[in-house]
Design a protein around this ligand. Sequence first.
Ligand code: NAD
Ligand code: TDX
Length: 355
Amino acid sequence: MKKIIVTGGAGFIGSAVVRQLIGETDHTVINLDKLTYAGNLTSLASVSDSPRYCFEQVDICDAAEVARVFREHQPDAIMHLAAESHVDRSITGPADFIETNIVGTYTLLEAARSYWNGLDGLRKAAFRFHHISTDEVYGSLGDEGFFTEDTAYEPNSPYSASKASSDHLVRAWHHTYGLPVVTTNCSNNYGPYHFPEKLIPLMILNAVSGKPLPIYGKGDNIRDWLYVDDHARALRLVLERGKLGETYNIGGWNEKTNLEVVDTICAILDELHPQGAPHARLKTYVQDRPGHDKRYAIDASKIERDLGWKPQETFETGLRKTVEWYLSNTDWVNGVLSGDYQNWISQNYSQRSEA
Ligand code: NAD
Ligand code: TDX
């Protein structure tokens, strides 16, 4: 039984990690999240009443508040997911990415180092700082080859450059100060509770409401897709059994062009939402993303071989589950589309005090 701080626990992947930790383990979770536009506490409604869950609304760049959370909660580990995560936003406004992804990670590392230095023998040896990162740090692939843990960093967008910087800081804090870290670099995630600025939820929700499906360039860029709960399981495994100072690449061996992804979503919707068929008529080619990386593909052999991890979903089963989830979770979807999810704290607390 451990106490784990999860930064960014109100986000897409962070909330999947928190739901798994509360639902499938005995661990206690401290969700440390600033609640930017991407933070949505309604994604945690199923676990927020657990006595093993608590929420701290804190900015990871706020050194005093981060230190307070370490002091008050005395964690055994931290899983660091908080980040600005959307590539298009990083192109139009990079400042928040530099601040949160680089300065925020530095602030957490310093708070963790000071806390870890104060721990005694066994707890000090067992402490872990798990940094969660992306395959985009490796840059873009041609038609052949895969990203391995030894691939050189060549980030191309402000987002991936900021994540690459954070990876380097984590590496340096291990090498120089001995902070016990593990780092994971994962491919594109998809699944329930995904904010609809990203390709898959945007296409599902636009298609259902008869809006255009904006495809950047020719739609021939390739991404490697992994169902979010498979990522969360991999993260738990790396936290428990990963070797200190090592990196693990996580991916589902599921390379698809963006056009293939959109066509598959349209085909599933033609079946599940026949009133809008054929949804593919909504496909609209738009201007390409500046500096758009051509292809990502993860070689996940190391985590499979060393830790015995395997994804449970194929792209086909995971995508069908995801479309079904968006069609049947209209409260969550409407809350996000209306912006109402940002009032969760005030609504929830007033309901509780009236009860
Ligand atoms: P997300 O944008 O859905 O969620 C980010 C969360 O971080 C939000 O809850 C937000 O409120 C919080 N946050 C942002 N700035 C903060 C700050 N300054 N202080 C505290 N909290 C802050 O992101 P996601 O898609 O869930 O990604 C989570 C992590 O996984 C990120 O580090 C991302 O780089 C990495 N990652 C994402 C993917 C993917 O496909 N989504 C793939 C690989 C790695
Ligand atoms: O409207 C769109 N049309 C389109 O063609 C959008 C939003 C995207 N795209 C393309 C761009 C990409 O090639 O689809 C692909 C996927 O785009 P995103 O969903 O924005 O993801 P990506 O840029 O690949 O980055 C994601 O995966 C890696 C996450 O946002 C990152 O946080 C993660 O690190």
